[in-house]
Design a protein around this ligand. Sequence first.
Ligand SMILES: *[C@@H]1O[C@H](CO)[C@@H](O)[C@H](O)[C@H]1NC(C)=O
Ligand SMILES: *[C@@H]1O[C@H](CO)[C@@H](O)[C@H](O)[C@H]1NC(C)=O
Length: 187
Amino acid sequence: MMKTLVTKHPLPLLLLLQLLQPLHFCQSYQGISNQDIDEYEEMREEFFGTGPPRPFTKKKFERFYIVEPGRPLYDSEYCRDVIMERNVHFRLKCVTEHYFVLSNFTEMQRICSSVFVPCKNGVRKCKRSRNIISGVYCNFTGGTTMPDCNYDTFERQGFVLVTCRWQNDIQSLIPDSINDIVTPSSE
Ligand SMILES: *[C@@H]1O[C@H](CO)[C@@H](O)[C@H](O)[C@H]1NC(C)=O
Ligand SMILES: *[C@@H]1O[C@H](CO)[C@@H](O)[C@H](O)[C@H]1NC(C)=O
């Protein structure tokens, strides 16, 4: 199998494979979480392209962005706790901001079929919900790496801006990230 890869793929993939290999054989390696292994499996799936449609993409979106009712969204520790619990980070570094929405994947996916609107940075790459959705905005306040990341929590009710991407194996647009929750008054 390795032989086929060597002949079929250019160098960067080989380097990546070399980097990924140790994970495969040492899944309990200290500091590597189950989520990192999920991401690794997802990446593997993308390269080797066999098997069923990638379930991790949906799972990852849900893990990153979707919350269930229960804990009050105004709770000042909400962001800090949930970001840690969901293991939201960028290569173990704290993310500078983040959103959680009280919604579900189906509702977020439906937004993807609407027209493009400007994202927070002005680029017309986002889709906007038609309904007002509850969520929280998390703004980084301190720390450097997981799990020592601190955030302010701001409850928000508004139109959710999502970015979407095309997933070939299921031939549909799927939500990729939450870009903003725009309160109607600030539109
Ligand atoms: C998803 O959320 C929408 C809007 O709140 C709701 O109508 C729908 O029943 C939910 N679907 C699932 C599968 O929970
Ligand atoms: C988030 O935090 C940064 C840095 O402290 C600040 O400049 C920014 O205004 C905050 N954003 C919001 C929406 O509160």
